[in-house]
Write a protein that binds this ligand. Structure first.
Ligand SMILES: [Mg+2]
Length: 315
C-alpha cells in the first residue's frame, strides 16, 4: 500500500519510523524507548538528568466538559508518572498551552491552577513555556528531573526468575482515576534508592500493553497470574471475574507502577514494602526466558497466551 496513513501503520510503527535516524550525542545514556530519556552532561556529577514531554489533547485524553483543573492535573501527572517510573525526582517543568481563540480565559486559568497545585505538591517549579492559537485545547508539558547517577530504573533490566509487582489496583480509570491519579513518587524513589526494582514502567496504556513493553525491552517473557491481578473497585460491571480482569488488563491510564524484583530479594522486599507504605503492592507474575511471550495462568491453572492489549493511538 502506497501513501500509508497513521491508522494503517499504528502507533508503534510510527514511533519506530520517527526514531530511525535521530541525531544523538555521547552524553545521552538512554535515548528514545523508555519512560524518560537519561542524559549525563557532567561525568563527575552525582546525578543523571531525566527528560520527558507529553501532550494532553481535548477529544483524545480529556473532553470539552472536563474541568480545566483536572486537565492541568492530568497533563502534569502523566509526565511526573514517567519520571517516577525511572525512580527519579521531578524538578522543573515547561508548559505549552494551545487553544482556540474562543476559549474562555478562565478555562486556561483553571488548567494552570491544576498544574500548579500538583507542581507544588511535588516541589516542581514551572519555569516557562509558551502559548499558541490552535484548533482545540492542548496542554504540552516538558519535565526535567534527576536520579542518582547510573541508578535510573529502565524497562530493560528484568531477568528470568524475577517476580513482577504492581502498585494499587487496575482498571476502570475512566470512572475518574485518569483525571485524579497521584504519581507514585514516594514509592518510585524508594524502589530506586533501596535498589529493589531492576526494571520498571508506569501503567499508562494498560497492563497488557505496558507489560509487553517491559518484556520486549528486557528480552524476556512473562507469566501472568490472572487471579492475582488487583482489579480496581472502579470496575463496577461486569460482575464476572474474567471480564473484570479484562478491564484491569486493557483499560489503561492506571498510572500505577509495574516492576520486577529479583527472586532472592522478593521476601525481604515484600516485608520492607509493608513496613513503608499503606498502598498495596501485589505480585502478579514472574519473568520467564521465553522471549516476547506472555503466558497467562487462570484460577484452574490453565495456561494461554495473552491476547488483550491496551490503548493504541491512531487505531
Ligand atoms: Mg510511561
Amino acid at each position: 500500500m502506497k501513501n500509508k496513513c497513521l491508522q494503517d501503520i499504528g502507533e508503534l510503527a510510527l514511533i519506530q519510523r520517527i526514531c530511525r535516524k535521530l541525531p544523538q550525542r555521547p552524553d545521552v545514556v538512554v535515548g528514545p524507548g523508555d519512560d524518560c530519556a537519561v542524559v549525563r552532561p557532567d561525568k563527575d556529577s552525582a546525578y543523571d538528568w531525566l527528560l520527558k514531554s507529553d501532550p494532553v489533547i481535548e477529544g483524545i485524553h480529556v473532553f470539552p466538559k472536563t474541568p480545566g483543573r483536572l486537565i492541568g492535573h492530568k497533563a502534569l501527572g502523566r509526565v511526573l508518572s514517567d519520571l517516577v517510573a525511572m525512580g527519579g525526582e521531578p524538578m522543573w517543568a515547561l508548559v505549552d498551552i494551545v487553544a482556540p481563540s474562543g476559549t474562555p480565559a478562565a478555562r486556561v486559568d483553571q488548567v494552570m491552577q491544576g498544574i500548579s497545585a500538583l507542581a507544588r505538591k511535588f516541589q516542581v517549579a514551572v519555569v516557562g513555556g509558551d502559548v499558541s492559537a490552535g484548533l482545540g485545547l492542548e496542554v504540552h508539558i516538558f519535565v526535567v528531573g534527576r536520579v542518582e547517577k547510573g541508578k535510573a530504573i529502565l524497562r530493560s533490566g528484568a531477568k528470568p526468575g524475577d517476580n513482577l509487582f504492581v502498585t494499587g489496583s487496575l482498571g476502570g480509570s475512566l470512572a475518574g482515576k485518569h483525571l485524579r491519579f497521584m504519581p507514585r513518587l514516594k514509592e518510585g524513589r524508594w524502589l530506586c534508592r533501596q535498589g529493589w526494582a531492576r526494571a520498571m514502567i508506569d501503567l499508562s496504556d494498560g497492563l497488557a500493553t505496558d507489560l509487553r513493553h517491559l518484556i520486549h525491552q528486557s528480552r524476556v517473557g512473562a507469566q501472568l497470574f490472572l487471579n492475582a491481578i488487583p482489579v480496581s473497585p472502579a470496575v463496577k460491571r461486569p460482575k464476572n471475574l474474567t471480564d473484570r480482569i479484562r478491564h484491569a488488563l486493557s483499560d489503561g491510564e492506571d498510572y500505577e507502577l509495574l516492576f520486577a524484583v529479583s527472586a532472592v530479594k522478593t521476601q525481604s522486599f515484600q516485608k520492607a514494602w509493608q513496613r513503608s507504605f499503606s498502598l498495596s503492592c501485589t505480585r502478579i507474575g514472574t519473568v520467564t526466558k521465553r522471549q516476547g511471550v506472555i503466558e497467562t495462568v487462570d484460577g484452574r491453572g490453565e495456561r494461554k497466551p495473552l491476547k488483550e492489549s491496551g490503548y493504541e493511538h491512531f487505531k
